[in-house]
Design a binder for this molecule. Structure first.
Ligand code: BTN
Length: 253
């Protein structure tokens, strides 16, 4: 995969969008700093130096954008887990995870460690009359300091492992991991892997905040069919949500 390294850009997603026509079929760009990093639901994404901020362009992909997101987030999760395993052989981490799977996915594709967010994923589809292209942006808190207001709900890898991490090396591992998953692609394996790493499993009591209609719903998770989240409310309603519209919170949050 062609990779581009920038010292600074507004957003790696936007960079790929601007350079779409001159880039190859699959290409990844990483920036040390993003001055206008964007998160889901049009939120700002804090992108200070020390974090891993990258986006991958897939031109006319054979996989759906949702599958590509899952591929990228699972590749990131596995590389984080490997980093943790390599480190725990020599150093005892200060923040141990009680779960057998230390890193978990919160629907749609956030990565959590001990109920704190370490990574997020942002997808953008660019459709024209002749092609459909997909950009998947991934942000991982590595050595970057977290803003005060995020300390309670977010974490970086440096805190988990009590050491500074080589961001470039981790990025290359994730990129290789993405390529491998694409060349050996199996839908069954992808779903199995995704389900195995889910933070909020079926039956868990949740609150869903619908930002489009400014509403919230509570109920139990029935499942994550296709690209949706389905819940069963206390009133007996079965509701279905798209990731683009809602934030999911487990009842304990
Ligand atoms: C989220 O959890 O809300 C998604 C965060 C996605 C952040 C990444 S960082 C690289 C890429 N560029 C952006 O502007 N956003 C994504």
């Amino acid at each position: 995969m062609k990779t581009i390294h920038l010292n600074q850009t507004d957003s790696t997603n936007l960079y790929l969008e601007r350079h779409l026509s001159e880039l190859p079929e699959i290409c990844s760009v990483r920036a040390d700093i993003q001055t206008a990093g964007r998160g889901r639901l049009s939120r700002q994404w804090d992108s200070a130096k020390g974090g891993l901020w990258f986006s991958v362009l897939f031109k006319t992909p054979t996989l759906s954008p949702f599958q590509l997101q899952k591929v990228c987030s699972l590749a990131t999760l596995k590389s984080l887990k490997r980093e943790l395993e390599l480190t725990t052989k020599t150093i005892v981490p200060i923040e141990k995870s009680p779960s057998p799977e230390p890193f978990l996915l919160k629907w749609p594709n956030d990565i959590y460690y001990n109920s704190k967010k370490i990574s997020g994923c942002l997808q953008k589809n660019i459709l024209s009359s002749t092609a459909s292209n997909c950009i998947i942006g991934v942000g991982v808190n590595i050595n970057n300091p977290l803003p005060e207001e995020l300390i309670k709900k977010a974490i970086n890898l440096k805190t988990i492992l009590s050491k500074e991490i080589d961001v470039e090396q981790l990025y290359h591992h994730i990129s290789e991991n993405i390529e491998r998953r694409l060349s050996d692609f199996s839908q069954e394996e992808l779903e199995e892997n995704y389900k195995k790493h889910l933070l909020i499993k079926e039956g868990v009591h949740v609150k869903v905040l619908d930002i489009v209609n400014n509403n919230h719903y509570t109920g139990r998770v029935m499942g994550y069919p296709g690209e949706t989240l389905e819940i069963f409310t206390e009133e007996g309603l079965q509701l279905s949500f798209k990731a683009a519209d809602v934030t999911l919170k487990s009842w304990e949050d």
